[in-house]
Write a protein that binds this ligand. Structure first.
Ligand code: T1G
Length: 693
């Protein structure tokens, strides 16, 4: 065994040389790994006895791509192109032995090899598009030559990880070897192809799969059309498609040049910077500085949910989906039956769409028990309350839970706005109380705000974080304040949106600006979808807001075909002349002189107060880091990932611009635009949110 460098070693199994990489955590293609492969290959092929080379990795995975943390830094060591060219032009066959995930540059290295073997549990993919990039080391030119143009379009433009079995069916993997016997299986495969004198199969030389697509531009047109909605606003998917087109229409080396040009265009662009930022933000959000990794965890073997309404039902499904038994408690048999029936219907609908079997449905329903007795939660490890948003009701329930729940149980509330400390104070164990703020539909929305009370213990926080990860959520730990992080910031945008339609804009103007910015929907279309009459009480209605005025006009939203918009039978929205007239009258009644409002003002007044509120949240310590706020808004409120989140966006446009506009608006419209101290401090220091530690 020869150490090539600190992350690569070389040994020989008879006539087969084996290069082993070991660069935790994911064998990313940093300079050491690139040098290790290149130098290892040189040494291996310099030995005349070598008849084949196997490239294998130790640790949890094969190479999971280029080292993203190296991007933007001066290149060091052997370039990835030299590594792959070296492999492809080797005098003996090179075999990639894949376990875990061969992703991005890792799959491109494997595509440079003459053969690929994998264990069945392995996965392959080119997820660069999720980083706002494309496979920039020949992947867009080699992949279609192996898997065909259609598959290559899906793999590059969607970026999903594909199982080894399916990869073998596509011809991407040449052989599957036994789990746990990867190295031996790869060496045996190498011996077999040497014995059979199989040719040095260079992927770059394969043409049949791309020839099949020559003169068929309709393949690309159809793919673009079918995914236009999904790719809206993103730059990378189109660049990936163009590269696959180049693979069909250009010679290999010309296609490589096209790939390089498009890659560099994305790499230096803001979208990829944003999406790379989000990649690391999604990993940082789990880290709570004062809750160390070795914090004692509370075993969660079962769960109790109080309330079988829309939220309670969705919450229960998250745990049933991962095999955790749930007892759900309601106050009446009718409400309980309705809740249980909704859960079963949701599962059966998923089964109808082929994403679950009926056996899966029965297995999940088998883990669910309904009850009318809070006392039936006495053995629960985690209890999540999801009842009506009323403080007295929540305090009463937590008071009762305190007497019922076993010692050490976690008592969680799904409140979206109420003070968790006040709820905790209604028990003698406030250290066990924490907010678990799910987003509707709770079994679908990925975001979870975990709300840390003043007395919430570290084991309760650590356990909640781990449980959130287990049910497939991304959890941000936030502090107790009105609206926590997400809704608190939403309040800023909603306030300005409501004001803008009185001052001169129309709801469809505000929605268009935010839709074009990248949100899936604007605030007024969103209100129509949710229903304008949520929380509206006819008897108490006083035409004090446009929302009340519309409800009084029996405009409830999509559900009755009229809200801020008019809706046709297919729920397509059109601006409403009735609403326009109502807004003009309402503004006149309020004595507001309407004026022309630019799209720029709409955007700035909706977005800048959000950034400013984020700064206040940070200065109050209600969020651990700026990127957590971005994770909340990207995963819970539809902020476009290619803009990185409100805080990253603030840094992108420059905090001095945000501050200048906030001060201008403060001067024109009042204290609600008062700049946060942190914003003023960062600008004074010439820093951004990214500089906050
Ligand atoms: N570069 C640098 N660090 C990485 C990394 C990478 N490619 N992948 C993971 N890490 C770090 C991560 O930040 C975390 O660090 C730790 O590893 C564990 O990751 C030329 C341009 C492989 C499926 O997009 O999808 O190749 O937080 O928590 O859940 O064409 O990591 O512990 O300090 O995610 O088991 C393309 C990215 C790159 C794959 C493992 N590759 N990685 O998931 O662990 S671009 C990717 C993943 C490229 C070429 C182009 C996942 C994983 P820390 P983790 P996991």
């Amino acid at each position: 065994m020869t150490a090539i460098n600190d992350v690569a070693k070389l040994d020989f199994d008879g006539e087969v040389a084996v290069i082993t990489l070991n660069s935790p955590p994911v064998n990313a293609l940093g300079a050491g790994v690139r040098d290790g492969i290149a130098h290892g290959l040189k040494q291996a092929t310099a030995n005349p006895a070598t008849k084949a080379v196997v490239l294998v990795c130790e640790g949890k995975t094969f190479i999971a791509g280029a080292d993203i943390s190296e991007f933007g830094k001066p290149p060091k060591g052997t370039s990835l192109f030299e590594v792959i060219d070296g492999i492809e032009s080797a005098r003996v066959p090179v075999i990639a032995a894949i376990h875990g995930t061969a992703l991005g540059g890792g799959l491109e290295v494997a595509l440079g090899c003459h053969y690929r073997v994998a264990v069945p549990s392995a996965k392959c993919g080119v997820p660069e598009v999720k980083l706002g990039l494309l496979p920039g080391a020949g992947g867009t030119q080699r992949l279609p030559r192996i898997v065909g143009v259609e598959k290559a379009l899906e793999m590059t433009a969607f970026g999903e990880h594909i199982g080894a079995k399916q990869c073998a069916e596509m011809g991407l993997i040449d052989a599957l070897v036994d789990e746990g016997k990867l190295r031996d299986g790869a060496v045996a495969f190498a011996r077999k192809i040497v014995a059979e004198k199989r040719p040095l199969k260079k992927v770059r030389d394969l043409t049949d799969k791309i020839d099949a697509a020559k003169g068929k531009p309709e393949i690309f047109a159809a793919f673009r059309k079918a995914n236009a909605k999904r790719f809206r606003g993103f730059e990378a998917p189109e660049a990936n498609i163009k590269c696959i087109e180049a693979a069909v229409n250009q010679p290999f080396d010309e296609g490589l040049k096209t790939e390089r040009k498009l890659f560099m265009g994305l790499m230096t662009g803001v979208q990829s910077q944003a999406q790379r930022y989000v990649f690391f933000a999604e990993r940082a959000v789990w880290k709570v500085p004062d809750v160390p990794d070795d914090t004692q965890m509370i075993p969660i073997t079962n769960v109790g949910v109080i309330g079988a309404g829309t939220m309670g039902g969705g919450i229960a499904m998250n745990f049933l989906n991962v095999g955790t038994p749930v007892t759900i408690v309601e106050t009446s048999q009718e409400a309980l039956d309705r809740g249980l029936a909704t859960i079963r219907r949701n599962y059966e609908n998923t089964a109808k769409r082929g994403r679950l079997t009926m056996a899966d449905v029965e297995k999940r329903m088998g883990l669910l028990r309904g009850s009318l007795e809070l006392a039936d939660l006495k053995d629960r490890d985690l209890i999540i309350e999801a009842v009506f948003e009323n403080m007295d009701l929540k305090k009463e329930i937590f008071g009762k839970l305190d007497a019922i729940a076993k010692p050490g149980a976690i008592l969680a509330t799904n409140t979206s706005a109420l003070d968790v400390n006040v709820i905790a104070a209604s028990t003698k164990r406030p250290e066990a109380v924490i907010g678990w703020h799910f987003f509707s539909p709770a079994n679908v929305m990925r975001l979870l705000e975990l709300v840390r009370g003043d007395k919430t213990s570290k084991p309760v926080i650590a356990t909640s974080m781990a449980a959130a990860r287990k049910i497939g959520k991304i959890a941000a730990l936030v502090g107790v304040c009105p609206g926590f992080v997400g809704n608190r910031i939403l309040g800023q945008r909603q306030r300005e949106a409501q004001k803008l339609i009185l001052e001169g804009a129309m709801p469809w103007d505000v929605d268009r600006v935010l839709y074009d910015f990248g949100f899936p929907m604007g605030p007024f279309a969103m209100s129509d979808l949710a229903g304008l009459d949520i929380g509206w009480i006819k008897e108490k209605s006083s035409s004090s807001t446009m929302r009340e005025v519309l409800c009084e006009m029996d405009r409830r939203g999509q559900k009755n075909g009229k809200g801020f918009y008019d809706y046709d039978a297919e729920r397509n929205a059109t601006p409403s002349p009735v609403v326009e007239k109502a807004i003009l009258e309402f503004a006149a009644k309020k004595g507001i002189n309407r004026r022309t409002i630019t799209d720029e003002e709409i955007l700035e007044r909706c977005i800048y107060p959000m950034i400013n509120e984020g700064a206040k949240i940070l200065e109050e310590g209600k969020a651990i880091r700026a990127s957590d706020i971005d994770i909340v808004w990207i995963n819970g409120y539809g902020w476009p990932v290619y803009r990185g989140g409100p805080m990253f966006y603030g840094d992108t446009i420059g905090l001095p611009n945000v501050l200048e506009k906030m001060r201008k608006f403060e001067g024109q419209m009042g204290a609600e635009f008062k700049p946060a101290k942190l914003l003023e401090k960062l600008v004074a220091e010439g820093k951004g949110f990214r500089d906050l530690k």
